[in-house]
Ligand binder design. Structure first.
Ligand code: SF4
Length: 322
C-alpha cells in the first residue's frame, strides 16, 4: 500500500446544546460521529454528503481549527490531536485550506500581495524580497499575472478570487490541501477551469487533497477515492470508479441516481429519498438512515451497522452483514 499521509481514527465532534440563563447543557449535536479513514500520499480523497452531514466540520477538525471531542488524527506519524500550540503552528505549514467562498475568505482591505504574503509572515518564512518573489511565482502558477499583486479582491471575478485562494494555500509549500467546496460558489463554466487547475497543481507540486463537496458529479472529476457522509457518519468509501459503478449503500445509490449523465440516451430513474434529513441533535437510533431507507429492516432501527470492508470498498449497512 502507498505511504499514508493522514490517518483519522474514531473522530468525533459533539457540539453542546445549551438553554436558559446559565447555559445548562440540554443535549448535543453529533456533527461528526466516530469517523475513520486514511489518505495516501499524492491522492485525492473526496468527501461528499448533504449540507449538515459533517463533512466541513471534519475538514476543520483535521486542521484543528476546532477541537475534536474524541478520536485521533495522525499526520505523517505525528498525532495532531495531541499537539501543543507550538507544534500545531509548524504543522499548519504542511496543511492548508481552500474555502468555498473566496470573497469571504480574502480580506477585502488587503492587496493580493498582502494576502499571499501573510502565511509566510505568520510562519516566519523568507525575507521581504523572497516573499515578493514567491507571490509572483504563485500568481503565475494559478494563471494570474504578477501585476495582479497590487490589486484588491473586489477587482477580481469569482473564478479569479478562487485562484487567489489557491495561490494563498500554496504559499507555504504544503503537503496536504483541504478544499472545502472550492467550486460550489462558482458558475458551472468556471468550475471546470478551477478543477483542472487544481489537478495540474497537484501533479506539479505532488500534493495530496481532501476535496469536500455536496455534488457527487464534481467530486468524481477530481477524486481517486470517495467517502460519503450522512448525519456525521461515514457510510461508504471506495475507489472513485468503484463507488460510481458499484455503490453498495442505499443512500449512496440514491444520491448517485440523481447525478445527471452526459449521455441523453442513458435514462436513469432517480431513487427518491423519502422524508426530511433528521436533525443531528436527535439522530435516529441504529442506522441513522433508517427513517428514509427503502430497504430498512428491523435490525436497522436498533443497531448501528458496523463497517464492512470488501477489498477496500467500505460500507456501513446491515444488508452486507455476513
Ligand atoms: Fe438501509 Fe438498514 Fe442499510 Fe441503514 S443499515 S442503509 S436502514 S438497509
Amino acid at each position: 500500500m502507498p505511504e499514508l499521509l493522514l490517518e483519522v481514527d474514531g473522530l468525533k465532534k459533539y457540539f453542546p446544546i445549551t438553554s436558559g440563563l446559565f447555559g445548562k447543557k440540554t443535549g448535543e449535536v453529533k456533527a461528526v460521529d466516530a469517523v475513520s479513514f486514511y489518505v495516501k500520499k499524492g491522492e485525492t480523497l473526496g468527501i461528499v454528503g448533504e449540507s449538515g452531514c459533517g463533512k466541513s466540520t471534519t475538514g476543520r477538525l483535521l486542521m484543528r481549527l476546532i477541537e475534536a471531542s474524541d478520536g485521533r488524527i495522525i499526520f505523517e506519524d505525528k498525532e495532531i490531536t495531541k499537539m501543543s500550540k507550538h507544534e500545531l503552528r509548524k504543522i499548519r505549514r504542511d496543511i492548508q485550506m481552500v474555502f468555498q467562498d473566496p470573497y469571504a475568505s480574502l480580506n477585502p482591505r488587503h492587496s493580493v500581495q498582502q494576502i499571499l504574503e501573510e502565511p509566510l509572515i505568520v510562519h516566519g518564512i523568507g525575507t521581504k524580497e523572497e516573499r515578493q518573489k514567491r507571490v509572483k511565482e504563485m500568481l503565475e502558477v494559478v494563471g494570474l499575472s504578477s501585476y495582479h499583486a497590487k490589486r484588491y479582491p473586489h477587482q477580481f471575478s469569482g473564478g479569479q478570487r478562487q485562484r487567489i485562494g489557491i495561490a494563498r494555500a500554496l504559499m507555504t509549500k504544503p503537503k496536504l490541501i483541504i478544499a472545502d467546496e472550492p467550486v460550489s460558489a462558482l458558475d458551472v463554466s468556471i468550475q471546470a477551469q478551477v478543477l483542472n487547475l487544481m489537478k495540474d497543481i497537484q501533479e506539479e507540486f505532488k500534493l495530496t487533497y481532501i476535496f469536500i463537496a455536496h455534488d457527487l458529479g464534481v467530486v468524481r472529476h477530481i477524486s481517486d477515492r470517495v467517502g460519503v457522509m450522512y448525519l456525521g457518519r461515514l457510510i461508504e468509501l471506495a475507489d472513485s470508479e468503484e463507488l460510481y459503478e458499484n455503490s453498495m449503500h442505499p443512500y449512496t445509490k440514491a444520491l448517485l441516481s440523481a447525478v445527471p449523465v452526459p449521455d441523453p440516451d442513458l435514462k436513469k430513474q432517480p431513487i427518491l429519498i423519502e422524508g426530511e434529513l433528521p436533525s443531528p441533535a436527535n439522530p435516529p437510533s441504529g442506522c441513522a438512515f433508517h427513517t428514509r431507507c427503502s430497504q430498512v429492516m428491523d435490525i436497522c432501527k436498533s443497531s448501528r451497522p458496523a463497517e464492512h470492508n470488501f477489498n477496500g470498498h467500505y460500507v456501513a449497512c446491515h444488508l452486507y452483514n455476513k
